[in-house]
Structures are given as structure tokens and as C-alpha cells.
Design a protein around this ligand. Structure first.
Ligand SMILES: Nc1ncnc2c1ncn2[C@@H]1O[C@H](COP(=O)(O)OP(=O)(O)O)[C@@H](O)[C@H]1O
Ligand SMILES: [Mg+2]
Length: 766
């Protein structure tokens, strides 16, 4: 039954062009009329490419002429709506424009291919330096960086005299660049581009002031001495300078399988952006003792990526940790240092990877060195349980682990980690691999219901103990049993196979995570500015919102942080706009803006509840935590129990189902006291153990380069004889480290948000 001409009238009547959603896709169609069948609400008849469709009124929106324009800023669009927005982004992407402004915020699409012209920094500067008016600058990640830098240097709206005073006291306005988006969106690439711009701008500022005078003096001293020391030590082994890897590592940053090789060839034909911005003197080769902070900043990246990135299904070089890099400035607008803070390294990956994925790059890189392999009797990755899935090792297309390893080895000395200490690092990593290969079987003396574990292969145990630098017997004891105190009496409780595996995995995860923190600590020790008054541009590159097949504690933490970022985004984009409208007396319908604030409060309470469970020690359980969700945290439309052990939270980005299995264990992340005691006996692991025991990475000193096998005795005395019982703070019980980490992230974010409330610029990956 056709008719009811009125129906489509407010849309412009028959013949009007409309956006309409047909089978989940937005299409442009022509309104033909409407149709009503029985009691059902009338539907619109639209024609899309010669075919008629019936669509509901909520699935159509008016087409405006501005929807067809190529707008660099989407807010210029009339009737801004999902449909024209997606088409705008698609049109722009096809033309190679991956960036689009959303007001002040930059939206970025991943082109999954090299766009070298886009990152010709000197050309970009030439084209845009004259454009003082922000709105005139085309959307680009460099524009974000430039804005942050110029706002750092001049406080907006500040009177000349005030500005001079501020500059004299070094009080610049600190800035933050927040980058968010799902995994593989291009966040880390964007962060690198921001840093690339900042280092170039700093270089220019330095040149303007005359050479290297502006490098923070105390800082430079430490850089100089550490690099000088490192390069003398390195000179025997390495013909090139420690930082010669810079150019190579830059090309190495593109990991799209297909693009990788192409990129390399393009890099050979296009001039590197540095060429125009970095004076030849910085080519380090001639002056290895004077290393600029700018170069250090970029040299840290291949190291951090080797230790903290891995291949996932979505991204061959996925960062498995969150990172906040504060680029520190002196009063002249030159980079004085950089400090890197990392968050929530994905520890589970060390012992558990899914099909098609890989463990951390550094493990595979290490295995390309036959010297290291034979030193620690390492089998190939196909035979290392933590590096393969059913014997299959996922490959990185177009990337050579050996070459990447060379880049890392050449970058490490810049941070004072020369070959002897590197050897200690490779040893610790080997220990993790060998521990991961330990299998357990039913103990021969176990009878009936007692399923005690024993180490299945004594030779494997010996290899792992050798690399760890401890006695074989001590390691065996720590893996197979724990001491518990019952009614004032110490008794030994032997582990089941499952419990021994959990203990082994905890050992692997803790060692690797501590080593990662140690590496970050060492990078900071060299690159951080000593001047506490220095202002900074912070770049937050953090894991995006996650919704996996099975979501666990890690996803809860990640999504908690993303809710925070979303709240910041809402605040800076919508709430500010709403205040503006209110100030001008324009009414805006409320409730249109969904707030993350309530979800954040709820999740905070939930995490505190989990923390309480962890404090209960043996009595805390995932089941109890799950029950609490039903009793205390159920909020209609936000959070509820779904089925046994599963609850859901409706996040800003969608509903996620969380499986509570393992939450308590993951949150407490506590090592059994006997394992902590074992660490105390390991030779040469002191610095890493400081971190394992709750010390900050800043406390971490050098790693001993001594080969533990030289000093290890062969007597198989048990750990109880050789180590104090319950040693170290981590053995004290009630540790809630993972959550502490989580809250420290919350606090860090809160202070950054406060600091940069008015000026934070987001780069939104899409
Ligand atoms: N701007 C870009 N230009 C070209 N390729 C890019 C760009 N951004 C990302 N990529 C490609 O996508 C991959 C994943 O990007 P990455 O920044 O690691 O994602 P995320 O950090 O968001 O997980 C990169 O390794 C690179 O190959
Ligand atoms: Mg990343």
C-alpha cells in the first residue's frame, strides 16, 4: 500500500537524496515514497543503484551538499552524521589523505603501506611554516606536534612581560599528546612521528642558538661518559659506532609485511627527513662521545620494541605495553632529556601465545646468534615451548630477526649497556626460555590421590639452573613445593603438576617483566633530564580498547584505562563545546553525551574489591569476587553477571564479557616465598632481583657480567639451607602489585590530564 505522502516530507519528499542504511551499510539513495503494512510502522521506500529497499526512518538521514565535499575538517560539515563521515574518510584515504581534523582533534587512518611523501618533514615545514593560523594547516600528525611545541613555548594569551618571566624561570606550559585507537590503528607510528617532529624542531632551535651548548649539562656528562665507556668496551667487537643503527632502525619501523621491502627501496630513493634538519656533525660517526638527547630518544625505540613488542593477529609489531614518553625541554625550547614510563606489560605472553602470534621479538632475535644458543644449550624456537604453538613458529614477513637483533645490540651501548652487560641480558632471557621448557610428570613416590609433581627431565633442569645462575637442587625445590605455616609449624606442601606449572610460569613472567623494567630504567638513567623544572611534551601511546574472544583481567585493566581516555576526550571535545553553548545561552539537549564517569567509578570499586580478595591470601577467590559483582557492582545498563564466572560491562566502545577465572592470581601476581628465596641465591641477578622485590627501576644497577657457571658450586643443597626463608618484600604476602600498577597509571593519567586539561591534543586512530 503506497501513500502517506506526508511521511517522507520532512526529508524533502520524493526524489530527495538520502543516506540510508541497507543491510548494515550506509548508501546514498533516492526517496521514492513510503509503505505501510498493517499495524507496523510505515517504512520508507528508497532506491539505491536501481534497486528499491524498505528502510526504517531511523536508518535514514538527509544528504547535504557539504557531504560531497572533501573537507579537511569534518566539523565544517552540515548535519554531521556517521554516514557522510565514513564516506569522507574513505574518499580521503583513497586520495592518500589519511588524516582528517575533527575540530582540534586529529583523526588518523592506517594506510597499511608506505607514504614517504607524507613524512617529508622539510617539505612539510616549507609548505606550512608561513601558515600561522591553525585552521589553515592541513590535518597532519606534524601539525599536532607543532602545535604542542609552539604552545609549550608560548603560553596562549600571555602578556609579553609575563611570557618573558615564564621563559626565564623555565616555566613553559607542558603539553600532552594523547593517542588512542584499537590495536593496529597506527598509534605507535603516530607517536614516532610526533617525536620525529619534536627532535627536528629541537635541533633547529639548538642550531639557532649555536651548536650543542644547550644540552642539559649534567645530563650531557652522563651521556658522554656512558657512551664513551660503552664504545671503548664495544670497540673490539663492533666496527661501527654505537648509534650507527639509527638510520636502519628508522626504516625498520614499518612492519606491514608487504610494505616492508617496498619501504626499504623507497627509503633509498627519497631523502630522509633528517637530512635537512640534522646538521652533518650529528652523524655521530665523527664524534661518538657527544650524543644528542634527540638521537637517544629515537634510539630507545628499537630497544623498547624488541623487549615489549610482539606479533599478534592484528599487528606484526604490536606494542604489548603502554608508554608515556615525556620529552623534557630546557628554557630555550631545546630537548634536555626524555623520560619513559611504561604500563602494564602483557606478562601472560611470556608463557602463553595464541596460534599465529609470537612471544616478544627479543627471544627470536636472540636465537639467531649461534654463540648464545650454544652457550646456554638453547634448542631452536620450534622446540621451545614458550615460542611456538604446537611446534609452529609464526614468521614475520619481510623482517629478519637477525638484522633486528643487530640493531638492538648496536643501540644498547648508547644507554650504557655494553657487550658484557648485554651478555648478562641474553643469559637471563635464555633462562626464561629454558625454564619455560621444563615439564613435570607424576612423582614416582606419589601414591593414590597424591599427584605430586616431579621434574620430567633432569638435563633440562640443569640447563635452566645454569642460565639462571642457581643450584639445580634449589631450583627443583622452589618449583615443586612450598612451605606453609600451619598452627605455628612449618610444613612442606608438595605441588601438583598444575601447581608446579603455575609456579614455573610465574617465575618466567616475573623475570621477564623485571628485566623489561630494568631496561626501561637504564634507558631513563641516561636520557632523563636532571632539571626538575623542565617542562615537557608528553606522548601517551597506550593499548587500545580490547574485546577478545575471552577477556580476562588484562582486558579489564586496558579497558579501564581506555574509559579514562574516552572521558578525557568527551571532556575536551563535547563538554567544552557544551559549556560554550551554555555561555551563549543556547540550549543543548542533555544526555546526548554518554559519560564514562559512572563506569569509571564502578570499575574503580570493582578493582578495589578484587584487591580485597587478594589481601585475603589463600582465602580469596575468583568465585567470591564474582559473587561480589552480583551483590555490589551490578548497575543496570552498565554491569551485570551473565553466567557463572562471567560478567559484562557496557563500555563506551561496546559490551565486553569478562571471565573471572584467574583474576585473583593475576592481580596479586605474587611469587611463592620459596621462589623469592631462590632468586636471592642466583648469581649475577641482583639488579633484576631488586626490581622483582618491589624496587623501582631507578634503583636497578648494573648486571653482573660474570658467567655464573664459574662460581656455581655443584653441591645440591636445598634452597632452605642456602637462603633465608621468606626473604624479600615480595615474599611478605598480601602483595597487590598489578593493581598498584593500575592505580599508579590512573594517578599518572589524572595528573597529566590536570596538567594539560586545556591544551591536550588527541590523535585518534581509527
Ligand atoms: N602512518 C602510517 N603510514 C604507514 N604505515 C603505517 C602508518 N601507521 C601504521 N602503519 C602500519 O601499521 C602497522 C601497525 O601500526 P602501529 O603503530 O604499530 O599500531 P598500534 O600501535 O596502534 O597497534 C605498522 O607497523 C605500520 O606497518
Ligand atoms: Mg602500538
Amino acid at each position: 500500500e503506497m501513500g502517506d505522502e506526508e511521511f517522507g516530507m520532512e526529508l524533502g519528499g520524493a526524489g530527495t537524496t538520502l543516506w540510508c542504511s541497507v543491510s548494515g551499510r550506509w548508501e546514498l539513495g533516492t526517496l521514492k515514497g513510503s509503505q505501510k503494512k498493517g499495524m507496523a510502522a510505515a517504512k520508507l521506500v528508497v532506491e539505491v543503484e536501481g534497486e528499491e529497499h524498505l528502510v526504517e526512518q531511523k536508518d535514514v538521514t538527509r544528504f547535504e551538499p557539504s557531504h560531497a565535499q572533501d573537507l579537511p575538517n569534518m566539523v565544517a560539515m552540515h548535519n554531521l552524521h556517521e554516514a557522510p563521515l565514513l564516506y569522507l574518510l574513505q574518499r580521503r584515504l583513497k586520495n592518500g589523505s589519511i588524516y582528517t581534523w575533527a575540530g582540534d582533534v586529529l583523526l588518523s587512518l592506517n594506510p597499511y603501506g608506505p607514504l614517504p611523501e607524507l613524512y617529508n618533514l622539510s617539505r612539510w615545514q616549507e609548505d606550512n611554516s608561513a601558515k600561522k593560523r591553525e585552521a589553515a594547516v592541513p590535518p597532519h600528525v606534524y601539525a599536532i606536534a607543532r602545535r604542542a611545541y609552539s604552545q609549550l613555548r608560548e603560553k596562549v594569551g600571555m602578556a609579553e612581560a609575563e611570557r618573558a618571566a615564564a621563559a626565564a624561570s623555565g616555566a613553559f606550559a607542558s603539553q600532552s599528546v594523547l593517542i588512542s585507537g584499537e590495536s593496529g590503528a597506527g598509534k605507535t607510528e603516530a607517536a614516532k612521528r610526533v617525536i620525529e617532529f619534536l627532535t627536528a624542531a629541537s635541533r633547529t632551535a639548538k642550531e639557532a642558538r649555536g651548536s650543542m651548548r644547550s644540552v642539559d649539562d649534567s645530563n650531557r656528562q652522563s651521556i658522554e661518559s656512558s657512551v664513551a665507556a660503552a664504545s671503548t668496551r664495544a670497540s673490539l667487537e663492533m666496527p661501527s659506532t654505537p648509534l650507527a643503527a639509527v638510520a636502519e632502525s628508522r626504516t625498520a619501523s614499518f612492519r606491514t609485511p608487504a610494505s616492508r621491502a617496498r619501504h626499504a627501496s623507497l627509503a633509498a630513493t627519497t631523502p630522509a627527513p633528517d637530512a635537512a634538519f640534522f646538521s652533518p656533525a650529528v652523524g655521530v660517526a665523527e664524534q661518538p662521545a657527544v650524543v644528542s638527547v634527540e638521537l637517544l630518544l629515537r634510539d630507545a625505540s628499537p630497544i623498547l620494541e624488541a623487549f615489549g613488542n610482539a606479533k599478534t593477529i592484528r599487528n606484526d609489531n604490536s606494542s604489548r605495553f603502554g608508554k608515556y614518553v615525556a620529552v623534557q625541554y630546557d628554557e630555550h625550547g631545546c630537548i634536555a632529556g626524555a623520560s619513559t614510563e611504561t604500563y602494564l606489560l602483557e606478562r601472560s605472553r611470556v608463557v602463553d601465545i595464541s596460534a599465529g602470534e609470537r612471544n616478544y621479538h627479543i627471544f627470536y632475535q636472540l636465537l639467531t646468534d649461534s654463540g648464545i644458543r650454544s652457550a646456554w644449550s638453547l634448542p631452536p624456537a620450534e622446540s621451545l615451548d614458550v615460542l611456538n604453538v604446537d611446534g609452529q613458529v609464526a614468521r614475520l614477513a619481510g623482517v629478519s630477526d637477525a638484522k633486528e637483533f643487530a640493531v638492538v645490540r648496536r643501540a644498547l651501548p648508547a644507554f650504557g649497556i655494553g657487550p658484557p652487560e648485554q651478555a648478562a641480558v641474553w643469559r637471563i632471557l635464555s633462562a626464561v626460555l629454558l625454564l619455560g621448557n621444563l615439564a613435570f610428570s607424576l612423582a614416582s613416590d606419589a601414591a593414590g590421590a597424591d599427584d605430586y609433581a616431579q621434574v620430567a627431565d633432569d638435563a633440562a633442569l640443569a640447563c635452566a639452573a645454569a642460565a639462571l645462575g642457581c643450584e639445580e637442587g634449589s631450583l627443583r625445590v622452589a618449583l615443586l613445593q612450598k612451605k606453609i605455616n600451619v598452627a605455628g609449624e612449618d610444613i612442606t606442601q608438595r605441588y601438583s603438576i598444575k601447581a608446579a606449572q603455575i609456579c614455573r610460569d610465574a617465575l618466567c613472567k616475573s623475570i621477564f617483566a623485571a628485566l623489561f623494567d630494568w631496561v626501561v630504567g637504564r634507558i631513563n638513567a641516561v636520557s632523563r633530564s636532571a632539571n626538575p623544572r623542565s617542562s615537557s611534551i608528553g606522548i601517551l601511546d597506550i593499548f587500545g580498547f580490547e574485546q577478545l574472544q575471552t577477556n580476562s583481567f588484562e582486558q579489564l585493566c586496558i579497558n579501564f584505562v581506555n574509559e579514562m581516555l574516552q572521558e578525557q576526550f568527551n571532556e575536551s571535545v563535547f563538554a567544552a563545546e557544551r559549556r560554550l553553548f551554555a555561555a551563549e545561552g543556547v540550549e543543548v539537549e542533555d544526555g546526548s553525551l554518554q559519560s564514562s564517569a559512572e563506569r569509571l567509578r564502578l570499575m574503580t570499586r570493582m578493582l578495589q574489591g578484587l584487591d580485597d580478595q587478594c589481601r585475603l591470601g589463600e582465602r580469596g577467590s575468583d568465585e567470591e569476587f564474582f559473587q561480589e559483582i552480583g551483590q555490589k557492582h551490578t548497575v543496570r545498563g552498565i554491569c551485570q553477571q551473565e553466567q557463572r564466572g562471567v560478567f559484562s560491562i557496557s563500555h563506551y566502545a561496546g559490551k565486553v564479557f569478562y571471565t573471572t577465572d584467574g583474576f585473583v592470581l593475576k592481580n596479586s601476581d605474587q611469587l611463592p616465598p620459596d621462589v623469592t628465596a631462590l632468586f636471592a641465591t642466583c648469581v649475577g641477578l641482583e639488579s633484576v632481583i631488586t626490581i622483582l622485590n618491589g624496587g623501582t627501576p631507578a634503583d636497578a644497577g648494573r648486571l653482573s657480567a660474570a658467567d655464573p657457571r664459574a662460581s656455581a658450586t655443584t653441591s645440591a643443597s636445598s634452597v632452605r639451607n642456602s637462603a633465608p626463608s621468606g626473604a624479600g618484600p615480595a615474599g611478605g604476602g598480601g602483595g597487590v602489585s598489578a593493581f598498584k600498577l593500575n592505580l599508579s597509571l590512573a594517578n599518572a593519567r589524572a595528573s597529566q590530564i590536570e596538567e594539560a586539561q586545556a591544551t591536550a591534543r588527541g590523535v585518534g586512530g581509527a
